[in-house]
Design a binder for this molecule. Structure first.
Ligand SMILES: Cc1ncc(COP(=O)(O)O)c(C=O)c1O
Length: 369
């Protein structure tokens, strides 16, 4: 099968890399870094961007800027990559694991409301797989309680909620450019915000306490070095230029697959609310009523990439299993999806019509297994 490899690069990456290589600044101080920050922030409908080493430290920085620490609680979904929770724990705060909606895979606003207590200091929704979490409901709850939101948008490059893009709702939006993401430099991340003061404070942390326009050896706050390199930003500019077309192709192919499988009993795909209709497809997410192991084996034996979801909820990870320094709300939906869900990575959604029809037909056969 001709499933495309990932990452994809071309002459544009090479051209921009040459521009950096010909300069004397390959690190975080080349103007291409600011160029990328501005381009990506504008793409996500945000005013400010701060490119960073990865999409884990972006979350840690956001929490630090918001002053979250020991004794504070931060609400996170029970289903995500571990960084969403470890960022909270590394801030010495307590992650509170909250259930997802069974069909959207995104944090359930009603369950968020139930989890809020006197120590709650932030909410981190994850736009899981690409379609955004219910930002109307979450912003409403956060507003009522005066709690900031940090959007973990590691899956949501180009995703929208009612026409407004991921990362532009919360105090911060956090993105990852790790190797498997829909745009990548192997590693990388960016923090977005519409609040210049917040971004400036994050920049001080990232740049070892330096301040804009001040001297190289003048350090005003206790920071560290989380700078991204110019080489990464060169690649990311080229990746961003290609993203809209790739997002369109993925949308078209997912439409083909879902339509072809609409009548397939026992097979369900992630529900995408109307407000989240425009989104990237980082993962094609679904679940099966039957034997997920057999489903997975059939697909992969046919040469199609498929992952039988996470092996556990975040709170069943060895780190949190003993319930040290965390709080767990009832999460029946997350626990159900652990047993029956699957994902197909976005590279499989970049094929031509023949490859896409072959993928749809392989999913049908696997679901019947
Ligand atoms: C939801 C989510 N948040 C955060 C991260 C962390 O990003 P990074 O790998 O760039 O540190 C990832 C994945 O890598 C992720 O999937």
């Amino acid at each position: 099968m001709g499933i495309p490899n990932w990452p994809i690069s071309g002459p544009r990456e090479r051209e921009l890399l040459e521009e950096v290589l010909a300069s004397d600044r390959w690190g975080g101080y080349h103007p291409i870094v600011t160029r990328f920050e501005q381009q990506f922030a504008a793409f996500q409908h945000c005013r400010f961007g701060l490119a960073v080493m990865n999409g884990t430290v972006t979350l840690e920085m956001a929490l630090e800027v918001l002053g979250i620490g020991e004794g504070d609680e931060v609400i996170v979904p029970a289903i995500s990559f571990i960084s969403t929770a470890t960022a909270v724990s590394r801030a010495r705060a307590t992650p509170v694991f909250v259930d997802i909606e069974a069909d959207t895979f995104n944090i359930d606003p009603q369950r968020v409301r139930e989890a809020i207590g006197p120590k709650t200091r932030a909410i981190i929704p994850v736009h899981f797989g690409g379609p955004m979490a219910n930002m109307d409901a979450l912003m409403g709850i956060a507003g009522e309680h005066g709690i900031p939101i940090i959007e973990d948008a590691a899956h949501a490059h180009g995703s929208e909620w009612n026409g407004r893009r991921a990362g532009s709702f919360g105090s911060f939006g956090s993105f990852s450019f790790q190797n498997g993401k829909v745009m990548t430099a192997g590693e990388g991340g960016i923090l977005l915000s519409n609040d210049e003061t917040l971004i400036d404070r994050a920049r001080e942390i990232l740049d070892i306490g330096r301040r804009k326009g001040e001297g190289w050896f003048f350090h005003y706050t206790l920071g560290t070095n989380y700078r991204i390199t110019a080489l990464q930003c060169a690649v990311l500019i080229a990746q961003l230029e290609r993203l809209p077309e790739q997002n369109c192709l993925r949308v078209r192919n997912v439409g083909t697959i879902r339509e072809a499988l609409m009548d397939m009993p026992g097979l369900h795909f992630q529900r995408v609310p109307e407000a989240a209709r425009v989104h990237t497809n980082y993962l094609l997410l679904g679940w099966v009523d039957g034997d997920r192991g057999a489903f997975h084996r059939h697909l992969t034996a046919g040469g199609f990439p498929c992952t039988p979801f996470y092996p556990h909820t975040l709170y069943e990870n060895p780190l949190y299993k003993e319930r040290h320094n965390c709080r767990v709300m009832p999460c029946p939906n997350a626990e159900a999806r652990i047993t029956d869900a699957f994902w197909i990575p976005h590279r499989a959604l970049l094929g031509d019509d023949i490859e896409t029809e072959a993928l749809a037909s392989a999913i049908r056969t696997a679901a019947a297994a």
